[in-house]
Design a protein around this ligand. Structure first.
Ligand code: C5P
Length: 221
């Protein structure tokens, strides 16, 4: 790769447990791209607010946590708990929290750290708000039952006792908050490719996404 080539940006959006996280990591490794899981930023803000005994709905507490976010916060052990997941979509509905995290995400996309050729960012608003000029946009989805099964399996493997029905209900509530909020709601960008992973194994999903990226970002002419 030549040094003066513009960084390639791949935007991957979709609802909870759609498979976008695994897909993003695999694609980043395959194309030598850095990867940013932007959901972890909102999760870290939520986890900090909860750990301080504050209310995720409190806009002052949430904005302060977002402005003070450190890279060590992204390594917290409580990022993947169901409580943090719900609270993350509450803090993410607040415009000032989103504004506080925007620059970091855009800089990550532009700078392509560590000798890589660009970046994959995954989240909810990457193709619509964070990187509207991304070279490739994917919108990854799956039926809500498939997504709840995946998330339930993940939680059980970590020793959580949540039932499938509880996971499904929590996921529907979170999807609704993410899709109906006024600022940067979850939605498919007009120019995003739709990838439904309900019937796809991870290898098939990666193969389909990789073909789109190869064609759109790495083919000459
Ligand atoms: O992707 P993940 O499920 O970890 O994201 C946690 C929460 O963070 C989402 O439910 C959503 O509310 C918020 N989020 C967001 N915008 C992003 C990424 C995540 O609002 N780009």
């Amino acid at each position: 790769m030549t040094g003066d080539r513009k960084a390639v940006v791949v935007a991957i959006d979709g609802p909870a447990a759609s498979g976008k996280g695994t897909l993003s990591r695999e694609l980043a490794a395959r194309f030598n791209l850095a990867h940013l899981d932007t959901g972890s930023l909102y999760r870290a803000v939520a986890a900090k607010v909860l750990a301080a005994g504050q209310d995720p709905k409190d806009p002052i507490a949430a904005e302060a946590a977002a402005r003070g976010l450190q890279s060590s916060d992204l390594q917290r052990s409580d990022l993947r708990t169901p409580e943090t997941a719900q609270a993350s979509s509450i803090v993410a509905g607040q415009a000032k929290v989103r504004a506080a995290l925007l620059d970091y995400q855009r800089r990550f996309a532009a700078r392509a750290p560590g000798g890589v050729v660009g970046a994959v960012l995954d989240g909810r608003d990457i193709g619509t708000v964070v990187c509207p000029d991304a070279d490739v946009k994917l919108f990854v989805t799956a039926s809500k039952e498939t997504r709840a099964l995946r998330r339930h399996k993940e939680l059980v493997e970590r020793g959580d006792k949540a039932t499938y029905d509880e996971v499904l209900e929590a996921m529907i509530a979170r999807d609704r908050r993410d899709s109906e909020r006024a600022t940067a709601p979850l939605e498919q960008a007009d120019d995003a490719h739709l990838l439904d992973t309900s019937e796809l194994g991870i290898e098939q999903a990666v193969a389909q996404a990789a073909a789109i990226i190869q064609r759109q970002a790495f083919s000459e002419g």
